[in-house]
Design a protein around this ligand. Structure first.
Ligand SMILES: Cc1cc2nc3c(=O)[nH]c(=O)nc-3n(C[C@H](O)[C@H](O)[C@H](O)COP(=O)(O)OP(=O)(O)OC[C@H]3O[C@@H](n4cnc5c(N)ncnc54)[C@H](O)[C@@H]3O)c2cc1C
Length: 186
């Protein structure tokens, strides 16, 4: 049983996984390798002079792996409610989990197929996004959304930050108290 399954390993999903895995939550990231970030050249990400989208994505996955997050390359085709969480299904496997974070970028196909509420997007060229509250909760308790699919501005620092924000909210809910992750300079 995973604590968190993240769908999508772009900046939003991998950033969420860094936080949940580092917090000791059993984390799986399932990604279908269709990130729009793979086409980007980036010079506006705070703390990074310049980088390529593919390098940013690989580093994000490596960082989350360092804390124990598992990665699977596959496409999630459904998410079923269970008595104690959810069953996240691909064509070949199924993964039980307590929480799901959707970080599916431009695609809301999966979310729509499982009946999550959507709304029109506000950002340029983004037609539909998921309805979420301030914390990142979707219309189904236990399924959260972060990044482009949650309607935030389509920039790597913002989608990554949103993934971190939602992860902190999930961790706080699992822990029953507000979570903060600060390492102190040795
Ligand atoms: C050409 C281009 C240039 C850009 N340049 C910049 C720039 O200079 N600066 C900047 O800040 N931003 C730039 N961006 C925007 C940036 O890439 C996005 O803001 C941001 O990275 C999106 O992050 P995300 O995690 O929300 O989505 P994505 O990076 O798109 O990741 C979503 C992931 O979810 C996966 N997924 C979707 N559905 C499923 C499913 N059912 N099962 C499994 N996996 C699934 C996809 O395969 C994908 O890997 C650029 C974008 C493009 C296209």
């Amino acid at each position: 049983m995973y604590d968190v399954v993240v769908v999508g390993a772009g900046p939003a999903g991998a950033s969420a996984a860094i936080f949940t895995a580092k917090a000791g939550k059993k984390t799986l990231v399932i990604d279908s390798d269709q990130s729009i970030t793979k086409r980007a050249w980036i010079e506006n990400h705070y703390g990074v002079m310049e980088t390529t989208g593919p390098d940013l994505i690989e580093l994000g996955k490596k960082q989350a792996s360092k804390f124990g997050a598992e990665f699977v390359q596959d496409k999630v085709v459904s998410i079923e409610k269970q008595s104690d969480g959810f069953l996240v299904k691909t064509d070949s496997n199924e993964y039980p989990t307590r929480h799901v974070i959707l970080a599916t970028g431009l695609s809301v196909e999966l979310a729509e197929s499982i009946g999550l509420a959507t709304r029109p997007g506000n950002e340029p060229r983004i037609k539909t996004v998921l309805q979420t509250d301030e914390q990142g909760r979707t219309s189904v308790d236990g399924i959260w959304a972060a990044g482009t699919c949650a309607g935030v501005s389509v920039h790597t620092i913002i989608t990554a930050g949103d993934g971190a924000k939602v992860a902190i909210n999930v961790i706080s809910e699992l822990n029953g108290e507000r979570y903060v992750d600060h390492d102190v300079l040795k």
